[in-house]
Write a protein that binds this ligand. Structure first.
Ligand SMILES: [Zn+2]
Length: 264
């Protein structure tokens, strides 16, 4: 018994909040799961071995007190595991995540790629590439302090991923409202504030400077233009803008007044 763990043989009871039951690998009859402990293991490791990514956890409670992911059970006990409750503030320190992020920005996994486009459409800083590996997503999430959005539970179990969300919805617009609601994003949002390809802020550009690049009808009917300083793509408020704005408003997304269509 050199390290004091050779004689560890006991059971703990994990009580998951209802919202976490869907993640449990073996579908339990209730939200209580028993776990045999025969070596020193962090509570993060124990919870994730049952299928629940640490990013989905909002609080871990032992004897009425909050503990962090490093907590090691050393005897029979009951541990409460509570889901992350919206609006979830990634800029405020908590027991589980004492080093918050300075602002909200995302990195989106390839399995929810259309969500990345919609987040950029409403002006939210979002990294996305369909060539990122899971490892690259986790590395970027750590170094760039980004929230990971994915349907991959394994990716969310990586330690480098501090904040993340397992996206529940299927439809991309529903996914967008899910993210807005979960992270309490209030808006008002502005369409086409950043380049949809490059994720960099757009700059106002004089129509005269880009006349040669416009189609005849665009040249005739529109006067306000923006361009991307990186890829030089041109954006303007056209009918496509109104369609997207109408749909977002119908979903309850708070659009800036100037972004609203003339007829909603
Ligand atoms: Zn661009």
């Amino acid at each position: 018994m050199k390290d004091g763990s050779a004689d560890m043989h006991f059971k703990i009871k994990l009580v998951f909040s209802d919202e976490l039951v869907c993640f449990l690998q073996k579908k339990p009859k209730s939200n209580e799961v028993f776990c045999k402990i025969d070596r020193k293991r962090s509570i993060k490791d124990i919870i994730e071995s049952k299928g629940v990514p640490h990013t989905e956890t909002g609080r871990i409670i032992v004897n009425g007190k909050d503990v962090d992911f490093h907590y090691i059970p050393e005897g029979p006990q009951t541990i409460g595991v509570v889901h992350a409750i919206p609006p979830f503030d990634v800029t405020a320190p908590t027991v589980l995540r004492p080093s918050p992020f300075p602002e909200i920005r995302f990195i989106v996994d390839v399995n929810v790629g259309k969500l990345a486009q919609l987040l950029r459409i409403i002006g939210i800083n979002t990294l996305y590439s369909n060539s990122y590996s899971d490892r690259e997503v986790a590395d970027l999430a750590e170094t760039d302090k980004r929230i990971v959005l994915t349907k991959d539970r394994g990716l969310l179990k990586r330690t480098k991923v501090v904040f993340g969300r397992h996206i529940r919805s299927i439809n991309p617009y529903d996914q967008l409202t899910e993210v807005i609601g979960f992270y309490g994003l209030k808006g008002p949002f502005t369409l086409f504030a950043i380049c949809l390809q490059c994720n960099v802020p757009l700059c106002h550009v004089e129509k005269q400077q880009i006349l040669h690049r416009l189609r005849p009808k665009t040249k005739k009917y529109y006067s306000l233009f923006f361009s991307c300083p990186k890829c030089e793509k041109i954006y303007w408020k056209g009918t496509h803008h109104d369609h997207i704005a109408k749909r977002l408003i119908s979903l309850g997304v708070n659009m800036a007044e100037a972004q609203r269509p003339f007829f909603t």
